[in-house]
Design a protein around this ligand. Sequence first.
Ligand code: FES
Length: 110
Amino acid sequence: MTQHFEHHLFFCTNRREPGHARGCCAEKGAEQLRDYAKKKLKEMNIPKSRVNMAGCLDRCELGPVLVIYPEGAWYRYDTAEDIDRILEEHVRDGKRVKDLWLEAGQKRLL
Ligand code: FES
């Protein structure tokens, strides 16, 4: 079966009140970097790919986080350079960005 999107990236942009025990991705720059990713992906012109925002993905302590479906690939990121690597190495080239990758069930940054 063909997929409507081959790379559908969801960025958590959830915002909590300051000081919340779990923190949130928005306070770590997720909104700006999601906007950056959307623009960059468009410039890269990769077919069947899309960036969307999401609510809390329940991996707050590892954030900011994104997940790529249908593959179910999870990444954390801090900078525009991290976004570039995820889009270029993973989405475009089909490789895993090992130092930003989040394993299933991972609870802490390694
Ligand atoms: S606030 Fe982003 S995963 Fe929960």
